[in-house]
Design a protein. Sequence first.
Length: 115
Amino acid sequence: MLRFGFLFITAALTGIELAAAAEGEIPKFEIATTCRGSGSVQTPAKCAQDEQAARDQLQKLWPQFRQADASRCIQITTNPGGTAGYVELLTCLQAARIEEKKPTDPLGPLPTIAK
């Protein structure tokens, strides 16, 4: 029963974050919770500083990211425990942007071999 409640809360938090992305807003993550559950070797103060810097950068860049990428990255970076971080979200969105701008091969796709 307790496990079901935990899964329900996690699903609800993820749903809220995905809804925020669908509305074009940056999701609201709890930085203190993220830093506590990160398992990082850095101090909680440094973690909080990095998370806030990533959030500030996301605030500036958010309109430039595609909505589909934002929704996908929020889903990817939200851990089952309900913790999510702005650093991971920003990294995911930057990777999606690089992938999107990747040049196409001027020689075209590789040929396939018919069976």
